[in-house]
Structure formats: C-alpha cells, structure tokens
Design a protein around this ligand. Structure first.
Ligand SMILES: Cc1cc2nc3c(=O)[nH]c(=O)nc-3n(C[C@H](O)[C@H](O)[C@H](O)COP(=O)(O)O)c2cc1C
Ligand code: SF4
Length: 645
C-alpha cells in the first residue's frame, strides 16, 4: 500500500468492473497495426509492456468501426469486421496476462481523416483546416444522409460486440477530439437543419443513438464508457455547459463512466498539450462534470507526475486518471508510484517530439523522446554486457547521465567526469523559463538515478591522462555557442542566450535577440514575459523553423500576448555601443538596445573525441557532441551507445 499516494492506489469500480488502482492508460494511436487494421506482433509487445507497468486498465488505441470512412490514419487499428477479432483477442489476452484490464476505444474519424482520401464523412461539408490546406476541395467531407448516419450507429454497435467477443472487458466510445461524434456536437462543424443539427438536443442525438445500439448488442452488464472533450476550445464551438448536458443525458441512458479530455486536432495544444501549457490541462473540465453526475469520471491530459494524480483523486476532481504520454516516458510509472518511488519515474516533459510529431506528422510509429524502447519493445532491451568494461563518460548532461545509467545497469563500471559544478548540462538553462518547467523534474530524475546507482562523478575537465586506464570513453561533451564574424559582437552589451538564461549576465531593459531558432525565440519570450522590451531578429522569413508543431502553435499564441517585436527576413549587420544595425530588403536601420543577445546556434565539442580516436582509444560520441539537437537526440543516442558497448 502506497503511503505517498493512498488515494491513487485504492481500488474503485466502473460498472461491475473493479480496478485495482485509479490509473488508466489513455488510448493513443501508435501506428503499429497492419495496413488492413489487423494486430501486429509489434503492437502486442508494446501493449504487454504497457500493461506490465501496473496501470489498472489499458484502453487500447482508437479502432475504426467500418470499412467506409471511419479509418483515420496510416496503420490504424481496425475493429470493422470479424477478420479483426483473432488479432484483437490475442492483444486482449496479453494485456490481461500482465494483470491489467483490457479495454478498447472505438472510433469514426469524421472529417479528421489524416489519410486525406475520400470518402470523408461528416455532418456538414466543412473540411478540417489541416486537410483543406493539404488537399483543397478533395478534403471537403460528404454530408452524411440520415440512412448513412444510421449505418454508422449500427457499425459502432457491431464494433462494440466484436470488442466483447475478442475478450475486451470494457469498450470506450470515442466522442472527443474532433472526430465524427464531436463533428455533430460542435456548431463549428455541424450546420445541419434536420434532426441531427441545430439545437443541443439534435447535436447530441447521435451520441445517444450510438450508446443505445452498443448497449443493445453488448448486453446490460458490459461496461461502456465514453471519451468527451470538455470543450473543443473553438471560438464558435461547444462549451462545458453543453458537455455537462451531454454527460447527464448519457448518464441517464446508463453509460458507466465519462473520460474527459479536451480540444480537437485543430486546437491540438489543448489536447496533447506541450510543456508551455498548464499541467493537468483539462482537469478543470473533469471536475466541472464530476460535480454534475454520479458515475465515475476519468480526468486526463498532462497529468505527468503521481503527486498531480493523487491530488486529483483526493480532491475529488476525478475518480480515475487517464495517462497517455507519461506511460510512454516510463511504462513503470504506476509500479514506481505504488512503491513510493516517484523519484525513479522518468517524467514525460511534453516535448511531443517522439510521439505526436512522429506519428501525426511523419507517418511513423510512435516512440518517446526519452524512451526509445517504445515501439521497439523486446528489441532494445537492456541485457548484461558480454564483457564488463571500465567506462568513462565525459559530461553529466542529459546524454551523459543517460549513457552512464544504461552502461551501469548493464554491469559496466562507470565514472562520469563533469567540468561544471552542476549536473544537467544545457537542460539546466533550457529549464529556466517558467514555460519549460517540465524539464526540471527530468534533470532531478537523472541525477537521482546516477546517485542511486552509485556512479561516481569526478568534478573536473577530463584530460587524456585521466582517461588512460578506461577501456571505453563516451564523449557527451556537448556544444558551445557559435561565435559569428560580425563587427561589434565582442562589445560589452553583447551576451550569449545561455549566459542570460543561467544568469551569468544580467540583461538590460531594452533587448535585441539575434536568431529566431528555438533557443532565441524561447529566450526572447522568457525575457518579454519578465518585463523586458524585446525585439527578436531572424534572417529567415519565419521564426521557430526547427520547433515541434505544438510548441510553434503555443509559442505563437504566447508571443501574441506580449509586446515582443519580431523582425523576420532581417540580418544583423553590426553591433554598436547602444544597439544594432540590421538590414532588411536592402535597407539598413538602427535598433536601440542596452543588451544584445546572440542565439546563433551551437557547435559540437568533439576535440577530445578526435584526439582519443587518433590514439586508437575506443571512444563514442553522443548527444550534442554528435550534432546539436534536442533532448530526444541526447536520450536516443545515449541509449543506443549504452546498449552497444
Ligand atoms: C500520438 C498520440 C495518439 C493519440 N491517440 C488517441 C486515441 O487513439 N484516442 C484518444 O482518445 N486520444 C488519443 N490521444 C490523446 C491522448 O489519449 C491524451 O488525451 C493526450 O495525449 C493528453 O494526455 P497525456 O498528457 O496523458 O498524454 C493521442 C495522443 C497522442 C500523442
Ligand atoms: S516524446 Fe516527449 S511528449 Fe512524447 S511521451 Fe516522450 S517525453 Fe512525453
């Protein structure tokens, strides 16, 4: 019994099912099914590991319900015909064998069809903006006829029966996130003037019909839940009052629980929120709904740490928590929390780099930026080293600490050399802005991990003499800021972005930031939000070219709320004593400033590695020392080298 999280680890019921704790794996498409929607061995391996991590119930990702227009994405899981049942039964059995309850979400994608192929079905001919930008008129949905709506209602019921037949113990209707049912519910996407449009009663009709058809087919005792967005966050969409009315109507029909999320794919930052958005981002909606119903409510979205989950349960904002990305960053999140070891949990930092970016925008199977094992379960397992070595890791940044952890767990003798007094490398500077606070628990987790493993950290810059007795050297030597050959950049008013973030340099009131990449934009935003007058100068036509889509959207919104000026297609010509001279479209002008912040990129530090290799030493490069990148690059390169030695 957990002393730290007693409410989170108390059993509770959904319908006639008893869940051993309050943790439910939120459904998340993985892109790991076959092209015909059937289950793959890879998918089974992935869910086995998720289930073994201790969540009471796993809600398997959305499965499409018919072979007409419900399939949304590449390698999307299917439950549209009986051919899918054998694979689904295999999947359900594997989840149950690991001690978790197998559940599955069933879905019709409506207008949000990533595949972009017709038929795209929706209540009205209003396309999903992303698809419209990609495909134009091809993206305009077909407005469903009444007969077609009825076919879809029956397809939901048939799919639920298949889920039950396959051995799933609960079925969840996907009624959230901008898919078909929300297309009916939201006035943004429903312009019908028949029985399915207009009034709230009409807009919620399909939800009730779907539920009734399912109930008729699965019987009175089989648990059925629904996922709802508290609001779609669209200016002319639906609000929490509408969702409360829908929740009450579903409750009176007999639904067993409500799983509350938020947003649609157009307002993705409210659904799969990046780290600059609030934690527990949609819990407010779960709480508002819970006050109005008697059935269990599952709160979900950005519940990254067990203390947040415990607070939600203990303060009755929700009866359960739905965790998505946190169980990718660390599938053993529930087990570690239940053993009162929250410090051992590798916390999701809501970077979206490994998961959302890869699957929604790059058509790959999901992974996690911090956990390359996701989608490679069984392939990238840590195995004892065939020959124990003495390994030196140079640098205690994210890559160095991860490589040290992996090598130590494999049985090697590991020593870290770190020249700075603090551990964490550039993650320390990266975590300074309040909107990047999620990185702080990650650094804490890494430091705790190396301390618990007893890995010594020598506080000095390693020389080749220090390294002569080591069998292998892993160079996690990081990167340094690029120094441009531009007149005046050696003046007193010039500082590097990292020096501003780590407070080595105190910035003045009036600041010009040069370089609108990730570091420059974040530094400018941080300074602007802290009361400085900031102008951001970028040579390219756009800022934040190397930023994850959800960060770009969230930062753009944030920047618009500050008085920060952004000058694109503008080049730094010279730094002068009281500002800078910039050039745009052939015209030069002066921008007054008392501090000029340079964020012109980083370059890898490889000299130690080069020298070791030249002398025939076994040496490896990881993280920024390979190529300046993101935290995901640090963790992935470190894990792979740690596995190889
Ligand atoms: C790659 C990816 C796939 C997702 N697929 C689904 C899905 O199939 N069904 C669903 O209801 N939500 C889906 N979601 C939303 C998640 O269930 C969850 O609500 C969201 O990630 C925020 O919660 P978290 O912070 O716990 O991850 C998906 C999210 C991601 C990142
Ligand atoms: S890739 Fe980033 S956001 Fe996605 S699960 Fe991993 S840490 Fe979380």
């Amino acid at each position: 019994m957990s002393k730290k999280f007693p409410n989170l680890f108390s059993p509770a019921k959904i319908g006639n099912l008893t869940l051993k704790n309050r943790i439910i794996k939120a459904p998340q498409s993985s892109g790991m099914s076959n092209i015909d929607g059937s289950v793959t061995e890879r998918l089974v391996r992935y869910y086995r590991d998720q289930a073994a991590g201790g969540a009471a119930m796993i809600i398997v990702e959305y499965a499409y319900i018919d072979d007409i227009g419900s399939k949304s994405a590449h390698c999307h899981l299917g439950i549209s015909n009986n051919e899918h049942i054998p694979g689904l039964a295999w999947l359900a059995e594997n989840i149950r064998e690991q001690g978790s309850i197998p559940a599955i979400q069933i879905e019709h994608c409506g207008r949000q069809k990533f595949l972009g192929t017709q038929p795209i079905c929706a209540p009205s001919e209003i396309p999903w903006p992303k698809l419209w930008n990609q495909y134009g008129v091809q993206a305009v949905p077909h407005a469903l006829t009444i007969e077609e709506i009825q076919d879809i209602v029956h397809a939901f019921g048939d799919a639920a029966l298949r889920a039950k037949t396959a051995g799933f113990e609960l079925v969840e209707i996907h009624g959230a996130h901008g898919y078909l049912l929300t297309n009916f519910f939201s006035p943004t996407t429903n312009r019908r003037n028949d029985l399915y449009g207009g009034s709230l009663e009409n807009r919620m009709r399909i939800y009730l019909e779907v539920y009734r058809d399912i109930r008729k087919k699965v019987g009175p005792d089989f648990p059925v839940t629904i996922r709802l967005s508290g609001t779609d966050y669209e200016p002319d969409g639906f609000g929490i009052e509408d969702t409360i009315a829908l929740a009450k109507a579903l409750e009176s029909e007999g639904i067993d629980a409500l799983h509350i999320s938020g947003g649609d794919h157009h307002t993705m930052i409210h659904q799969v929120s990046p780290m600059s958005m609030s934690i527990c981002h949609n819990t407010w909606a779960a709480e508002a709904i819970k006050k109005e119903v008697k059935i269990p409510v599952i709160a979900s979205g950005s519940i990254t740490l067990p203390e947040y989950a415990e607070e939600i349960i203990s303060s009755k904002k929700g009866d359960f928590v739905g965790l998505g990305r946190p169980l990718w960053a660390d599938p053993e999140w529930p087990l570690k929390a239940s053993e009162d070891r929250p410090e051992d949990i590798r916390p999701c930092i809501r970077c979206n780099e490994g998961c959302l970016e890869r699957s929604f925008f790059l058509y790959k199977a999901v992974t996690c930026g911090l956990n390359p094992v996701i989608s490679r379960e069984g392939e990238l397992k840590l195995k004892p080293a065939s020959k124990v070595k003495n390994i030196a890791v140079i640098g205690a940044g994210p890559a160095g600490m991860e490589a040290a952890r992996v090598c130590k767990l494999r049985g090697h003798n590991v020593t870290i050399f770190e020249e700075k007094k603090t551990k964490g490398g550039l993650a320390v500077e990266a975590a300074v802005p309040e909107f990047k606070a999620d990185i702080r628990p990650l650094t804490k987790y890494q430091i705790t991990a190396i301390e618990k493993l007893g890995i010594p950290v020598v506080n000095k810059q390693a020389t080749e003499a220090d390294l002569k007795d080591f069998d292998s050297v892993i160079c996690a030597t990081g990167s340094t800021p690029v120094k441009p050959c531009i007149p005046g950049t050696d003046k007193k008013i010039v500082a590097d972005a990292l020096d501003i973030l780590n407070k080595t340099v105190k910035p003045g009131k009036n600041i010009v930031v040069i370089g609108g990449g990730l570091v420059g934009s974040e530094t400018a935003l941080h300074l602007s939000e802290n009361g400085h007058d900031v102008t951001l100068v970028e040579m390219l036509p756009q800022i934040m070219n190397d930023v994850a889509v959800t960060d770009l959207l969230a930062y753009t919104e944030r920047i618009s709320k500050t008085n920060m000026r952004v000058l694109t297609s503008t080049r730094l010509v010279e730094v002068i004593d009281d500002g800078v001279i910039v050039e745009s479209k052939g015209c030069t002008k002066k921008l007054p400033a008392d501090t000029v912040v340079l964020a012109l990129g980083l370059k890898s530090r490889q000299s130690l590695y080069d020298s070791l290799v030249q002398k025939g030493k076994e040496a490896y490069l990881i993280g920024d020392a390979v190529k300046p990148g993101k935290i995901m690059d640090a963790f992935h390169t470190a894990y792979r080298i740690g596995l190889k030695i």
